[in-house]
Structures are given as structure tokens and as C-alpha cells.
Write a protein that binds this ligand. Sequence first.
Ligand SMILES: Cc1ncc(COP(=O)(O)O)c(C=O)c1O
Length: 412
Amino acid sequence: ATAIAAGLVGYDSARAGGVFTFGGTGTNLYAVKLGLEKACPQAMRKGLREDVVILSSDVSHYCRYNIAGWLGVGTDNLVTVPSGPDNAIDIAALAQACRDVLSQGRKIACLVATMGSTDAFGVDDLEDIVALRDHLVQEFRLPYRPHVHADAVIGWAWSVFNEYDIEANPLGFRRRTLRALAGASRRLRHLGLADSVGIDFHKTGFAPYISSLFLVRDRADLALLHRQPEEMPYLYQFGHYKPGMWTLETSRGGAGVLAALANLKLLGREGWQAALGHMVEMTQLLREHLEGHESTTVLNRDNFGTVTLFRVYPPGVDTFEIKRQEFEDPAFREQLLRHNDYVRRVHDYVHAEALAGRGVMLSLTECYRHTAHGEPIVALKSFILSPFVDEEHVEAVVRKVLEARQHIQAPG
Ligand SMILES: Cc1ncc(COP(=O)(O)O)c(C=O)c1O
């Protein structure tokens, strides 16, 4: 499974290595630990005695807090870089933050590129991040190369489209779907540039929990985590493959590995293209519907995954203008907060209906992004993760949301 996934993301599978671990969190933890060993040699043995930081965007996953805390980096040493309206890290701000850190004599343990953010499917520009890292090594004459990790636990699956012929479109996707696939692929095709990649089969790999793979481009990196055989004299009396020499976990289950392998073999590249492409198609269809109603507006139009964040408004609101006004204009603060509450009420209704067996499960995010004046934008969230979702289900989502609106409007 490791070799197949390595080839898929653009690594040389003869040189790459990997380990299945306890979730997307585990993949990030491994990455930061490797980065620490590179920046502060022998931290494993001597402990962490230097001032190090981890850099990632403000929409990177919150497991960074756990990782920084548990690895002894300290959450105060997380450098959080703003993301742009496309939910991708602001490269100029990242460059400035790195230069500030290095000028202060601090070290960079890890640059985490989020390749498919949790809420909105923002995808960082990994090519630029790697180029920045290489530049900084020269500029500051660093004796180590800051580790670049691609947190692609959601986005990795788009690698199946790296060689898809968009023009010939052999699977017959709609034009709008092709545009979305190309939009995601444009950045996700560079995963092979990262020093390590996190992959969750339990997210976009159709596998049950937990099936997470931490991949390294160069498996020699894993030697940085090596223990000594004398520490475990009762193990490894035979064979050559001994991942237990460097895994964090002692006992590890095999179910996640087998689930991943089974799906990779069952679906193959084309099967995956068909399943994922269909989910993207249904997502685009949902957006088309939502954009076709006067009361709903899609927030993450520039993100091309299978997650859609949208807002619903009461009658009389100009949904062409309101998004920009709420985002930019402090005069609309009161309206924004009122509409946040309205979105929560729509969610409450849809949720109660779903629990009663009528309709669809939507989730809610309390903060899609902050407005320019610092208020959170509440949004409804549709995350299509099943290839069995079809047009009728998409229509059911829209119907239920509009029904919620009627319900809220109804007197009493
Ligand atoms: C981008 C990203 N990274 C990491 C994680 C953590 O993954 P897990 O819940 O499998 O530990 C998530 C989970 O939602 C995620 O979306």
C-alpha cells in the first residue's frame, strides 16, 4: 500500500518509505518529529533544548496544537500565517514569518502545507513553499533543511487525476466538473515535492477508521527515529522489515493497512477517478442549485473539493451583494451576526429533521473565515464523502434547506 500510494503522489516508490499510524494527527506528528530531528540533531536522545517553531496557515488543522504541545515545541511556538480568500496560505506572509523567525536565531522544525483544508478545501501552493524553503537555506546558510510536510490527508486522492486527460475526458465528466478537477489538481499534482505527505484513507479513500499513512520521499529520513536493538532484545530475531524500530506506536493494528490496500487494488486509478470525480460532480451540482436560489450563497467557490460551505438568508436580502458587504464592511456587523444566527437556526431545523429520519445530515461551521473586522462567518456545510450520493440526494439537501427557511419564517 505504501509503494502504491508513493507512486500515486509522485514519489519514487523505490526510494520512498512510510508507516501507517493513528490518524491524520499521527501523520502530522511524525512529520514534525522528523523536522525536529533535522533542525535539532539528536533531539530524540538529548531532548529539545532549542527555540524551534512550526509554521502553517490559520486554516491548517487544529491537531497542530496537540503536536506542538506533546512534542515539547510548545503551542506558543506555532507560527500561524494568514490565508487568503481562497483559503490557501499567503506566501508573502509566510516568507516574512520565516525570515523573522530565522533572523531571531530560532529554528524551523516544520513548514506544514495544508493540501485540502478541513472546512473549505483550501490548497496551499506547495511549489512556492518548497522554493521558499530552498531559498531560505541559501539566504541564511542554514546547516539543516527545514522539513516541508504536505498535510494532504484530504487532498491526496486528487493525485489519481495527475494523468487524467482533461481535454479527451475519457470518463465523460461535465465541463463544470472538469474545471473543478483541474482547479484542485493544479496544486495537488506537486505533492511529490514535499519531504513527507500525510494520507488518510478514512477520509477520501473510502476506508473505515482508522487508515492513515505517513509517507516520506526518502525513507532514509526514518532512520532519524531509529531506536537501538538492545532496547528490545526480545524482538526482531528474523527478517529484514522492522518498522517497529522507528514507529511511535508499539502495538499497531493491521486493519487500516489492509483496508487501504484493498481499496487501492479494488478501485485502481480509474475506479478512483470515477468515484472521486462523481463526488466532485455532485458537489458542483449542489453549488449550481445553491447559486440558483435567491436566498443561498456559496462561500468557498474557489475551492474545488467535495465540501461546500454556504449561507442561507431571510427574505429581502440581496445575496449578490451581502457576501462582500458582510465580509468587508463593519457597518454590516449587526446584520452579519443576525444572519449567523439565522444560519444556526436553519441548521438546527435540518439537524432535528435528520435525526427524525427526514432528510439529510448537514453540518455547521462556527467560523468559515473571519470578516475583515474580525467576526466569525457561520456557514452550513455539505461534505460529500460517499460515491453513492446522487442527484436526488443533492436535490434533497436544497429542498430541506428551503423548507427550513419556510419553517423559520412561519408565524409562531
Ligand atoms: C487537514 C487535516 N489534517 C489533519 C486532520 C486530523 O485527522 P484525524 O482526525 O484522522 O486525526 C484532519 C481531520 O479532519 C484534517 O482535515
